[in-house]
Design a protein around this ligand. Sequence first.
Ligand code: NDP
Length: 447
Amino acid sequence: MNEALHPAMQPHFDTVVARNPGESEFHQAVYEVMLSLGPIAGQRPQYAQWSILKRICEPERQIIFRVPWVTDKGEVEINRGFRVEFNSALGPYKGGLRFHPSVNLSIIKFLGFEQVFKNSLTGMPIGGGKGGSDFDPKGRSDAEIMRFCQSFMTELYRHIGQYTDVPAGDIGVGGRELGYLFGQYKRITNRYESGVLTGKGTSWGGSRVRKEATGYGTVFFAQEMLKRQGESFDGKRVVVSGSGNVALYAIEKVHQLGGTVIACSDSNGYLVDQNGLDLEQLKDLKEVRRERLSAYRADTAHHVTEGSIWDVECDVALPCATQNELNETHAKTLVSNGVRLVAEGANMPCTPDAIKVFQAGDVLFGPGKASNAGGVATSALEMQQNASRDSWSFDVTEERLQQIMRDIHTRCVTTAEEFGDPGNYVAGANLAGYMKVADAMVALGVI
Ligand code: NDP
């Protein structure tokens, strides 16, 4: 975070840091948005008023709770649960739940803050929130996962609802966890309130394409960026970090569009296959057997535990694992290896210094707020289907997703141009997302 903020923004950022001590990820997310809001201070000062900024940086509500549960051996474990309801100017709070040992208030606040602007950018009527727990699902039995989810929901249920706050999945929370969470909500409330959670299974109120949506959406967004340069995915060598929900479906869509994904990773290392990864084997490994990538087998593939996945030469890089996984050094390696485009499938995977390297190196850079918004947008489509008790086909839903990603791309491009910074997707996404939320907050008064 070396670049100076606009003088009108710096005091506001200093106040956020002082009010939220030690929350480095949250500071970073606020810094990134404020960096982009510089031009607004000069060109449309009404948007930069401290009264809006001050409120937008303070979550509307922050809930922290104890989650007690019993292991298969009969031992009592205690985890911490979080739900940060950040901003509801545009609609009910909307954002996923993350189960990972690294989860703390700073991480949930950064994710919730990002979510506010991302959801605004989708053009759909959803506010922003995020939640989760420091629970580590790795190595836990199905029964342990179920007991944990039931205990988590036994507190969370009183804070959520289809018109209030609608959680979904994120790292460590997929279809299995959402099933247990929804089951417990239904049991406690005695209501089949489908719209209270998204990412549900398609046989019990879920939307087709939701599972695929974040990965597909990231690739659709990148496709629009390439198209604007007269290029396409055809023949491109692509590196995708992670091998979870977002990564697997980003790989699927790249392959469908004629690119070749030559590497992916998990937290134990990365896998390289210059002939292209075998997606069916990856899905079986990660979605069915829940194993490590080192168990992948192919004659032309090798598993690496040293260095970084960003050392692999590629045309397109899609970071789809976690925050701050791609730093300045990684960015320099990617640029010197000739990368043309980086689009974030994860939330804040690139550090601010890495983003500067890409922008200085003329690499097309798509920020997660825009490029990974397909997941939450399809969640909003799931809410629409739940409200009308309808269920759309795969093709219809995918077409809606693709159109939403095209619209987000256009919104970023036109806003960046309007503010005199053509081609800067970070500025376009932050400015467009911010202005819509700010307009609504002004209209609703000081609440
Ligand atoms: P999953 O839990 O399905 O997958 C996460 C992947 O990232 C796994 O391969 C995991 O490896 C790897 N990973 C996680 N933490 C680390 C770490 N500290 N170091 C290295 N690798 C790590 O999560 P998702 O795919 O759902 O989410 C990935 C990212 O996308 C997150 O940033 C999330 O916030 C973001 N996102 C997700 C959306 C969704 O719809 N799911 C929507 C928008 C954004 P391992 O198994 O070894 O832990």
